[in-house]
Design a protein around this ligand. Structure first.
Ligand SMILES: [Fe+2]
Length: 310
């Protein structure tokens, strides 16, 4: 069977609060076309209010290269005023979590925006306020759907989500998913090949039990701090409300992934620098997140040899 070859990016954060335009998305789509990918997928937080960014979204959804594109919902899609149903409509998603069999692979896209409310009920994050404490669950219903979707697949599966399925500090159901994948792969070697996530604006690639977990760095926004820094020239700092809360990647980070049914994986990352050389280091900041991962303006490249004898 042919390899799957695609472009992935995460956390573009098109939003009036950031000085981030549309050029990065144009560059990513141009590069994806030049690489001859089979599809492009983003891992959430593409824009904060899908209702307001139609021109931006059309660069992706109606791209001039006719490359198939996929969406995954992040938390910021829902923090503005756009309800889930409208985000789905603007993005052209069949559901908030869904799968598609594509070129001999099953692409499974999850929604990690469920949280357990004060009554112990699993509910989806409502629009219009910031992310409630305890968000980033899949919830029992989606977990059951995920297991059924993987088990029923005749194709090897890739799982895409906004929050991480690698560690329990990420999606709160990460360990349950890891156990599920391990059990299914023991019964059906190579049924699940990779898990890819965004959200943390960090760069990390790790393999567990032959499955590659790819934590995809943000396109532009690197290290965030609550107190604005003074590193940017005045004009740039004044160009958007949250401009100086961030260290910004100079070039739009994205990656190319090639994967085979045997679990051979090649990730072609990219490296850039920080805009105006404002880095966590120059600010004297410790950028380690709860995973212990520091901000860096790159996506690593990676190779894994074939794992599964299929
Ligand atoms: Fe996020």
């Amino acid at each position: 069977m042919n390899a799957l070859y695609f472009c992935v990016f995460a956390d573009y954060h098109r939003f009036s609060g950031y000085p981030i335009g549309v050029d990065g998305l144009v560059q990513i789509m141009d590069d994806a076309a030049a690489h001859g990918v089979q599809f492009v997928i983003h891992l959430g937080d593409l824009c904060h209010d899908a209702n307001y960014y139609s021109d931006f979204l059309s660069i992706y959804n109606e791209n001039k290269y006719n490359i198939p594109v996929f969406h995954c919902i992040g938390n910021h899609e829902l923090e503005g005023s756009t309800p889930l149903a409208q985000v789905r409509q603007k993005y052209g998603m069949p559901a908030n979590y869904y799968y598609e069999d594509f070129n001999g692979y099953r692409l499974i896209v999850l929604d990690t925006n469920y949280y357990i409310n004060e009554y112990g009920k699993t509910v989806h994050m409502p629009p219009g306020h910031s992310t409630p404490t305890g968000t980033y669950h899949l919830g029992e219903k989606q977990l059951a759907w995920l297991e059924e979707t993987i088990r029923a697949s005749e194709n090897p599966c890739l799982i895409f989500s906004h929050a991480s399925l690698e560690l329990p500090q990420g999606c709160r159901d990460a360990l349950a998913v890891r156990q599920m994948i391990r059990t299914i792969n023991e019964e059906h070697p190579g049924r699940v090949l990779m898990c890819l996530n965004g959200h943390y604006h960090r760069n990390n690639i790790a393999a567990h039990d032959g499955v590659v977990f790819f934590d995809v760095n943000a396109v532009y926004n690197g290290y965030w701090q609550n107190t604005p820094h003074k590193g940017f020239p005045e004009e740039y700092a004044n160009s958007a409300r949250l401009a100086s809360n961030v260290c910004v990647h100079k070039d739009p980070l994205h990656a190319f992934v090639r994967v085979t049914p045997q679990g051979e994986v090649d990730i072609e990352g990219m490296e850039t620098t920080y805009l105006y050389d404002v880095s966590p280091e120059s600010l004297g900041a410790n950028s380690a997140n709860s995973f212990g991962r520091k901000s860096e303006p790159r996506i690593s490249s990676y190779h894994q040899d074939a794992v599964w004898n299929v």
